[in-house]
Write a protein that binds this ligand. Sequence first.
Ligand SMILES: [Mg+2]
Length: 98
Amino acid sequence: MNDQVISLRSLQEYIKGTDYAPDQKLHYFYKLVEEIGELSEVIRKNRRIKDTGHIKGTIEEELYDVLYYIAALANVYDIDLEECFRLKEEINKAKWNK
Ligand SMILES: [Mg+2]
């Protein structure tokens, strides 16, 4: 990917081009849970790029990993996250009067 604006749809397409195995749905789900665990650890340790000077072992890295597996999981279920976002936002706006 280059420096252009990244939409949820383009992110999904990009990941689909390199990592897409519809028969491995549980694998993607387990990886997502694993990455959420890693995110939990770096949040507990408050590890940030601005302090370490690199992305490895930071909240930034683990947020990327979680986003990656959310997109990969959506792909193997043939789910459009942008559509989900719009549909759920409508519900939230009505529910929370936003
Ligand atoms: Mg990770």
